[in-house]
Write a protein that binds this ligand. Structure first.
Ligand code: FAQ
Length: 311
């Protein structure tokens, strides 16, 4: 690629100007964005499954309506994100095919099971909480369509986080059994939530370049630390214990220090060997097959309208 053109592109980024779909961009910038936005979109779509598991078993009509709305929001986020990726010259069909073929990544967190109702609280509180930490800075991403898609998504994630925390609060103020359920959900989701931020900075292959391009504004470890600092006091307010014997507050730095993440578990989940990877993929493929008639009907209707307009 022409070095002068590259320099002009970088200068634009450094001046905090947005890159738009019709602007020139280096191929590697385009590829990085397609990769990240597609993984993000797939995460939203696969992320509907663990919670969808509890829609028919929510403990009240109010809880059911709220959960249904949340899961619908996630479908919407997935669609915005596929649309944002399409502005980079890839089609949604292509991306969905990659997901169903098992060649695309989606967030590791959605490969863990939702065993009790408290898990719905823990997901809202921790998983949406982690998602917000990561996505608020993405609103300032250098690529315009991705940055703009994040605005509404972050507003909705913030509502999701609060509905999750409110479920946890209700359980923690309930019977001993309910509080134990909340603790158990925290025990199982804490470490996987920390893994959502990705490998540690020393092992992250994409961070340096993504920061230079202002796609990412913080490193994985920086965001993970922000999340821990924000979340530990919330756990204490609930009267719950974070499952980490090494967790301690460092008075000098003002940060919560935490223990070593099990990176081997993270790698296994990425390789497709997490507790639910196979089930999630099977369900997505089944949903795609069962939705074939909707796609066919929509295509047939579009043809009919086109023919009518031409007549
Ligand atoms: N899971 O060099 P890095 C949500 C991959 S929130 C799986 O650090 P990068 C909302 C990474 O892709 C969740 N794979 O990469 C919701 C790369 O693989 P590749 C989705 C992971 O891109 C809530 C390799 O490891 N949010 O869905 C993970 O600079 C509740 C090397 O890593 C986003 O996607 C992981 N946890 O940083 C929905 C946010 N971590 O492509 C329902 C946007 C890393 O080389 C219910 N994405 N990998 O094969 C990002 O900010 C970044 O892509 C990171 C990774 C931070 C995830």
């Amino acid at each position: 690629e022409d070095p002068e053109r590259l320099a002009r592109f970088q200068a634009k980024i450094d001046a905090e100007q947005k890159i738009e779909p019709n602007d020139w961009m280096p191929e590697a910038y385009r590829r990085t964005l397609i990769r990240q936005i597609a993984q993000h979109a797939h995460s939203e779509i696969v992320g509907m499954l663990p919670e969808g598991n509890w829609i028919t078993r929510a403990p009240s009509l109010r809880r059911k309506a709220t959960l249904l709305a949340k899961v619908q929001d996630e479908a919407g986020h997935g669609l915005y994100l596929y649309a944002a990726a399409e502005t980079l010259g890839v089609s949604r069909e292509e991306l969905v095919d990659q997901l169903l073929a098992g060649t695309a990544k989606y967030s590791s967190i959605f490969n863990y099971p939702t065993l009790t109702w408290a898990d719905i609280g823990a997901i809202g509180w921790l998983v949406d909480g982690a998602a917000i930490m990561n996505q608020v800075p993405l609103q300032r991403c250098s690529y315009g369509p991705y940055a703009r898609a994040m605005v509404r998504i972050c507003k909705e994630e913030s509502f999701h986080q609060r509905q999750g925390y409110e479920i946890m609060l209700t359980l923690c103020r309930g019977t001993l059994e309910q509080k134990a359920m909340a603790q158990d959900a925290l025990d199982r989701f804490w470490w996987p939530a920390l893994m959502m931020f990705g490998p540690s900075d020393k092992d992250s292959v994409h961070t340096a370049q993504a920061m230079a391009w202002k796609i990412k504004r913080f490193t994985n470890d920086e965001l993970r630390q922000k999340f821990v600092d924000a979340t530990v006091p919330q756990a204490h307010y609930l009267g719950l214990t974070i499952p980490d014997p090494d967790l301690r507050f460092n008075e000098a730095t003002g940060h919560w220090e935490f223990g070593e993440i099990d990176w081997q578990e993270f790698q296994e989940v990425l390789r497709g060997n997490g507790p639910c990877n196979r089930q999630r993929m099977k369900q997505r493929r089944q949903a795609h097959t069962e939705g074939a008639w909707v796609r066919e009907a929509a295509a047939a209707y579009a043809e009919k309208r086109k023919a009518r307009a031409a007549a």
